[in-house]
Design a protein around this ligand. Structure first.
Ligand code: FE
Length: 186
């Protein structure tokens, strides 16, 4: 289990070529596209780091590239936390932990959102519990970092463009080092 930035980045270099679920991009391309969207939007170092690493949970299990196809929820948003929490503050880990619930939230509050999801994402939504009820949606969005999780989710959904040019991993290093330095002392 990686506990420093170098081993975390190596994990992407070594396992990041795996296909991103049923999408036409790799995990590595998806991560870089998501981080680039946050950077283009002028977001904080923590938010850019959250976007880059939001799916690290998919890289630390051995359930195959698309467990949802076999009816399995890999709970990747939870698996990410032990990998990241010693390295990054809550401003990075909580949006990641909540990004699957953010999909359930958006399906409850935005009529157009479900239609916009890819087939893969619709399939995994059912395994993740489906759209929130109105009451569950209200409870969700009141949590710390829920708004950031929703924003991360919007970029997550866009970060699936085949053959898109992005900055490379090294480009994000200064920003990742900055996000690491703000880790809470727990
Ligand atoms: Fe994702």
């Amino acid at each position: 289990m990686p506990h420093n930035l170098a081993t975390l980045l190596d994990l992407y270099r070594q396992r990041g070529q795996a296909q991103y679920g049923g999408e036409a991009v790799s995990q590595f391309e998806h991560a870089l596209q998501c981080a680039a969207l946050a950077e283009q939007a002028g977001q904080s170092a923590e938010m850019i780091a959250a976007c880059l690493f939001h799916d690290v949970g998919h890289l630390v299990h051995h359930l195959g590239d698309d467990p949802a196809l076999r009816g399995l929820d890999d709970r990747h948003e939870q698996r990410a936390i032990p990998v990241l929490e010693q390295l990054f503050p809550a401003a990075v880990t909580l949006p990641i932990q909540l990004h699957v619930a953010a999909k359930r939230y958006l399906c409850a509050v935005d009529d157009a959102y479900w239609d916009s999801l890819s087939a893969t994402s619709k399939r995994s939504l059912e395994l993740q519990g489906g759209a929130f009820s109105p009451a569950a949606a209200i409870a969700f969005i009141q949590q710390p970092y829920a708004e950031q999780a929703v924003q991360l989710r919007r970029w997550d959904d866009l970060a699936k463009v085949p053959n898109q040019d992005t900055p490379d991993l090294e480009h994000f290093l200064p920003c990742l080092q900055q996000a690491c330095q703000s880790v809470d002392l727990r």
